[in-house]
Write a protein that binds this ligand. Sequence first.
Ligand code: NAD
Length: 706
Amino acid sequence: MIDYDVDQTGIAVITWNMTEAGTNILSEQSMAAFTEAVDRAVADEKVTGMVITSARKDFLAGADISMFLGVSDAAEMAELAGAAQGMIRHLETCGKPVVAAINGTALGGGLELCLGCHYRIAADNPKTRIGLVEVTIGVIPGAGGTQRLTRLIGIKQAVPLMAEGKRIKVQQALKLGIVDEIVPPEKLLKAAKQWILDGGQAGNPWDQKGFIPPGGDLTDPGNQDFMAVANAMLREQSQGNYPAPLAVLAAVHDSINSPIDRGLEIEAKYFGRTATGKVAQNMIRSLFFGMQAANKLKNRPKGFEPKPPTQVAVLGAGLMGSGIAHACVTRGLPTILLDTTDEAAERGKAGIQKLLDREVEKGRLSESQREEILALVTATSRYEDLAGTDLVVEAVFENREVKAEVTAKVAEQLGDDIVFGSNTSTLPITGLAQTWRKPENFIGIHFFSPVHRMGLVEIIRGEQTSDATLAATMDFVKAIGKTPIVVNDARGFYTSRVVCTYCEEGMAMLAEGVKPALIENAGRMTGMPLGPLELADEVQIGLLYKVRKQWEADLGDDFKPTVGWPVVQQFVEQFERTGKGAGKGFYDYSGDKQLWPELAVHYPQAAQQPAVEQVKKRLLYAQAIDAARCLEENVVTTPLDADIGSILGWGFPPWTGGVISYIETVGISEFVAEAKQLAEQHGERFLPPKLLQDMVASGSGFYPAS
Ligand code: NAD
């Protein structure tokens, strides 16, 4: 776990080497083993100094976050921070010079350990990222990070890095003074030892009498102003939803004029408070463990050997097809990109090249790497070129006949035994699967736009899709570095269905006379990336119209108009405003984007406007109730898939932990009571599903651990 070696010159090299954990992390065991190694070096008179390094790809990925999950007592949580602080403080004050040899990524507790060393040398590794990223899971640095980073580089530099949870490259870390030197990887150890041999001194400046951080402490009026502005900005950005960035600020504010040991106590107190809060517990569970479980394919059917494809074909080289092919080839998967003509296929390939060019410009990819990746794409219009493909993603026009035609041509060329995936956004998979002779090999593989930025893939099981097909599809999604959720076949599947409830609730309010600006602001204040009307414009009101018309045609008398349907109809049929693509929807896009001024004419504003909290509640509850219904109807099968799908798929606010976690955050019985009230005021769509009512009766929850 921790290797220990003393060389002939008397330098002890303490190497983090947690082979069993996959990566180095600060756990109870590893911290004890590390301290033991430090004590050994301190006790050995021959040892003149210590090099702290790692034998793994990363230096140290951070703390073992499972320690934080389920701890509800703030003092107990503060003690956990205290233990890590103690380990680092012990190292820092051990009396012998200590240098960190940072071979790879050092995040959170990993960087905090480096900050407790007396000198830091990083290997020149373009993949290395350095940062105190704790706020990204709702907590603050708790192993001295808020104290040492601020004392090392000054308040104005340190606070934004921590409050935003930035990951920076080693060059930037050098510029900021977080690392002292960068050397080629093969010279790292030698350089670290050399620092000791050259007389590197034990101790850090903040332990010297009269120490003042670079740029001054909080008696400096410039720093006081900076903190006041930062506070106001963070409050506005977080809309009160994210306590951690403000806690970073408070921890720095309350401590920076004190000695470091007092500062560490203050940090531990703030850590205890934030880490036991609902937001942190939600974010840790969904964004950390949930994502990890999804990425490790926790719900993959058992009993099937991993079977990632060796060659993929993407049919249709349009917006989605080109993006999907890009995702495949950047992960080294040979991909055939097929369209009706060679020119159309080449256009799709040019789209891939454009994305790669940007990476080259940013220095993330070399020109030769770009050429290697591009060489993996075969742009074609000939089905014969599909030979050797074991998984197909169809992304042609959203039209049953066109899809049936290409499906038949693929079967003719490749037979029926391959996995055939459709990227349809609206057509039921079970129906499409009838065009494939072995419907058990047919599946929905729903990507999101823009594919290169969106990490989620919604895998849709048709009624006849086999476990083997599902397993192979999950392997594919993993192979291209995306996060899968698995849902069953139903209209709108899961993500498109629930996000529409958000847009439609906004439309319902518009029709009731709620001011559009109030609706939009309230939406953003919940933490959704866009207001509901703005999002409807992005999705395209015209598409919502088309989909509902299709449902009407498919379902006949069983078609139940959704709550926003009258507004959608009006916008398409009467106003001919179909969304952002057309330059006009709820907003005008001709000049500066603004809400369509005529909204007030068509939807007269009520004299009595609801409180913003009420509008926010309606928007969040509409989504949460529909998501719970999706669970009840088995459209989505696990709370975790529902949560991850909501955050990654449509930007449901991460502070909630996801759309289902939100219900638990409110408290299931309180949620049910509120939902009933909303149903009385605004209609049956708010009636809480039986699943929730049963949970109240039995006192159970979605996540037993919480
Ligand atoms: P698009 O119009 O940009 O691209 C479709 C491509 O398919 C075009 O290049 C077209 O030439 C090609 N094509 C049409 N008929 C073909 C045929 N017979 N053989 C081969 N190629 C053919 O559309 P898009 O936005 O990329 O959507 C494609 C699919 O992805 C649709 O099913 C859509 O519902 C789905 N989808 C779209 C989005 C989105 O945001 N655009 C998101 C998820 C899923």
